[in-house]
Ligand binder design. Structure first.
Ligand SMILES: Cc1ncc(COP(=O)(O)O)c(C=O)c1O
Length: 346
């Protein structure tokens, strides 16, 4: 039974490697979530005296570990600014680089505005300079086709419970072949147990303690679905639905959609503000009166809202998944239009 459990975990690792283009599944270490993977990557490569660059569109799971290291005097930081549409350009990252820069972190797509960043261009620029590139793919894994063997990236962090369709409590970190991270937790691996040190090889180097086997079995089911349906095909459906949602929302008086507004340049994350209703109130009414779930506020990305001009009140965010339908989007448009009309008093 125990071997069967171990095979379940390794089966999921193999499926994840297939989906993400990792030739060696062992380069993927399982984590609790993307936050865990990002911490592991940052703390596994940063050395005292290093300089690191993050972006205005990054999530608190990057801002906070790097800020904590900076507060302790371990690392110095610069922040690459985003455009008002939430795009981080290569020139904005380039302006932050220094001779001591060891690491650049960047979200693949914004969890606030959906904007997809030019990671190929940025990664190639960093590769030329020998700077490590950590990509936060929390919003893009299972949503955009990702091939880590071809992309100019060194480290990629994933959530299991978003686009990969797994349960909560699952995630992964990809480390490219030849890049050895310092583990930030050590412990039992069931291998080389006679030694007091963490095994050197991947993935044991980064995986200490009992894995979340039930969660990883669930993640395996999500990955099987994605491999069969095809991420590129699902992405076509997402572009269509995102475009439709943006079009619907733009037809509502007093409503402003954030981001580029172009579905092909965004993932299915659509943030908006309304001039007469606070995002938290609107989110509450949509939930209570219409059973529509939306997320109000800052979405754990306060600097992204500064870039978009929506700090501190935030936005209301609708997120699409592969199982949403055009009918649901129309119902959402009608519900929002009704609330906005009531708030305007005519
Ligand atoms: C861009 C981005 N990065 C990181 C995270 C953190 O992901 P997790 O909840 O898996 O730790 C999120 C979650 O919302 C996210 O959207």
């Amino acid at each position: 039974m125990s071997l069967e459990a171990a095979r379940t975990v390794e089966n999921t690792r193999g499926l994840l490697a297939r989906l993400l283009g990792s030739e060696d599944p062992a380069r993927l270490a399982f984590t609790l979530n993307a936050t865990d993977a990002l911490n592991m990557a940052i703390k596994g490569v940063i050395r005292p005296g290093d300089h690191a660059v993050l972006s205005q569109m990054d999530h608190n799971s990057v801002l906070r570990p790097l800020s904590a290291l900076a507060q302790r005097g371990i690392v110095s930081l610069d922040v690459a600014h985003a455009t008002p549409a939430g795009l981080v350009t290569a020139s904005s990252v380039r302006a932050c680089l220094r001779p001591s820069t060891r690491l650049v972190t960047l979200t693949h797509a914004s969890n606030v505005a959906g904007t997809i960043n030019p990671v190929e261009e940025i990664g190639e620029m960093l590769q030329d300079k020998g700077i490590l590139f950590l990509l936060d793919a929390a919003q893009t894994a299972g949503v955009l086709p990702i091939d880590v063997s071809r992309m100019p990236v060194d480290l990629v962090a994933f959530s299991g419970h978003k686009g990969l369709l797994g349960p909560q409590g699952t995630g992964a970190l990809y480390a490219r072949p030849g890049l050895d991270l310092e583990p930030w937790r050590e412990g039992g691996t069931g291998s080389q147990s006679d030694k007091p040190f963490q095994p050197y090889g991947m993935p044991e180097r980064l995986e200490a303690g009992t894995p979340n086997t039930p969660g990883l079995a669930g993640l395996g089911a999500g990955l099987e679905y994605l491999l069969e349906a095809g991420v590129a095909r699902l992405r076509e459906g997402e572009i269509e639905l995102t475009g439709l949602l943006v079009e619907h929302l733009r037809g509502i008086p007093g409503l402003r959609v954030l981001g580029t507004g172009r579905a092909q340049d965004s993932v299915g994350v659509v943030s908006f503000v309304v001039d007469t209703v606070d995002p938290a109130d609107l989110g509450y009414i949509l939930d209570q009166r219409y059973s529509i779930m939306a997320r109000p506020g800052l979405h754990c990305a306060p600097w992204a809202h500064e870039a978009l001009g929506t700090f501190p009140q935030g936005t209301l965010r609708l997120s699409l998944g592969p199982f949403n339908t055009a009918e649901e989007l129309k119902a959402t448009r009608d519900a929002i239009a009704e609330v906005v009309k009531d708030a305007r008093g005519f």
